[in-house]
Design a protein around this ligand. Structure first.
Ligand SMILES: [Ca+2]
Ligand SMILES: [Ca+2]
Length: 372
């Protein structure tokens, strides 16, 4: 069938192809048009043989790769190209040509089956553009939020680093003092024991306490030791926090020490980023650990797109529970779904602005008639 006929048929059927239709054999994409020269012998695209041009689309399979029948169902391995002007071009297996089911949104696969197909390409294209624009809008707002998060994280972490460095100095100093006092305290608690250390002798010598003085002194030291333990704990936590990988610009730092919940019909899931994931039955029952913070686990080119939480509560006769958290861009920070695609391995979808990338300019990306 000549390409001229295809165009004529299309016009007669009134499917309204408004784009400039390049004449070509049915089912051939523009990118392969050069191999189908009207009137010249055709060489199968795999090079296996050369045939006269009138055997292209003659409904008889001549090429082993199916390339002589791009527009009929004659070859079992052929593929048909729908131009789908207004939407996305697509290849379908040639067995779907004239099978009575509308596969191409431009209706071109059903040219001889009697099936009544509506051209839905423009509608689909419009919907796709609308949803892309919407996504771009979200990405844009998310990306702006991310810039704020980066600024805040920078300030926060700088403060914390300075504080940690400061406390580190105090900690050393305090450690020494506490150590000395501990010895004094122990000695004071055992007055009958002969003091052996020099500084202890000095203390004992200077202060001839009565019993209750001694008691007060011991309690005071105990308090001081408790205080310094709290301080050590605080410093250790602070150091732990600033040692986390919060992303290239610390954009994920705001998630630290936060928790996000998702309630399903049965469970309450809880994600505490950089800490742990858990699951608790909605109507009472104990919590199950679905994994503690392991690492960033996205693909090499986007490593911050996934988090891995490992070594959760063991499954009966199975592995320890673990959770993969998939991050997608959005204005809010929220867990949107959880699932258990394979036993004891959970997947959590998590939206947060920190993962947003600078959105591309969509206006320059309109490609209604792009060909594959
Ligand atoms: Ca043929
Ligand atoms: Ca079809």
């Amino acid at each position: 069938m000549s390409s001229r006929y295809v165009v004529l048929l299309t016009l007669l059927l009134g499917v309204g192809v408004s784009a400039v239709e390049v004449q070509r054999p049915r089912g051939v994409p523009l990118s392969k048009l050069q191999f189908y020269e009207e009137g010249k012998p055709f060489t199968c695209l795999d090079g296996s043989r050369t045939i006269p041009f009138d055997r292209v689309n003659d409904d008889y399979c001549d090429c082993s790769d199916g390339s002589d029948e791009p527009g009929t169902a004659a070859c079992p391995n052929g593929s048909f190209h729908c131009t789908n002007a207004g939407f996305r071009p697509v290849f379908i297996p040639s067995s779907r040509i004239n099978d009575g089911i509308c596969d191409c949104c431009d209706t071109t696969d059903e040219y001889n089956s009697g099936a009544v197909c509506q051209n839905t390409c423009r509608d689909l294209g419009r919907k796709e553009r609308e949803s892309l624009l919407k996504l771009a809008e979200i990405a844009k707002e998310g990306f702006l939020l991310k810039q704020q998060l980066i600024q805040e994280a920078k300030r926060g972490l700088e403060e914390k680093r300075a504080k940690a460095a400061d406390l580190q100095v105090n900690k050393k100093d305090l450690e020494e003092k506490v150590e000395a006092l501990r010895t004094v305290k122990e000695a004071a608690e055992q007055p009958e024991k002969q003091a052996k250390e020099r500084h202890l002798k000095a203390w004992e010598g200077k202060l001839r306490w009565k019993k209750y003085h001694k008691l007060l002194f011991v309690q005071g030291i105990a308090l001081l030791i408790a205080y310094s333990n709290t301080l050590f704990y605080y410093v250790t936590n602070l150091e732990k926090e600033i040692s986390f990988d919060f992303g290239p610009s610390s954009e994920f730092a705001y998630l630290y020490s936060q928790c996000y919940e998702l309630t399903t019909s049965e469970y309450i899931y809880r994600l505490c980023p950089f800490n742990r994931v858990s699951q608790k039955p909605k109507y009472g029952g104990s919590e199950t650990n679905l994994g503690t913070w392991g690492k960033w686990a996205g693909p090499e080119d986007n490593i911050y797109s996934m988090m891995k939480y490992e070594h959760g509560t063991g499954c009966w006769q199975g592995p320890n529970r673990s959770t993969t958290v998939k991050l997608t861009c959005g204005k809010e920070t929220v867990v949107t779904s959880t699932s258990e695609p394979s036993r004891c391995e959970y997947v959590m979808e998590f939206i947060c602005p920190a993962i947003c990338q600078e959105p591309p300019n969509l206006v320059s990306e309109e490609h209604e008639h792009e060909e594959l």
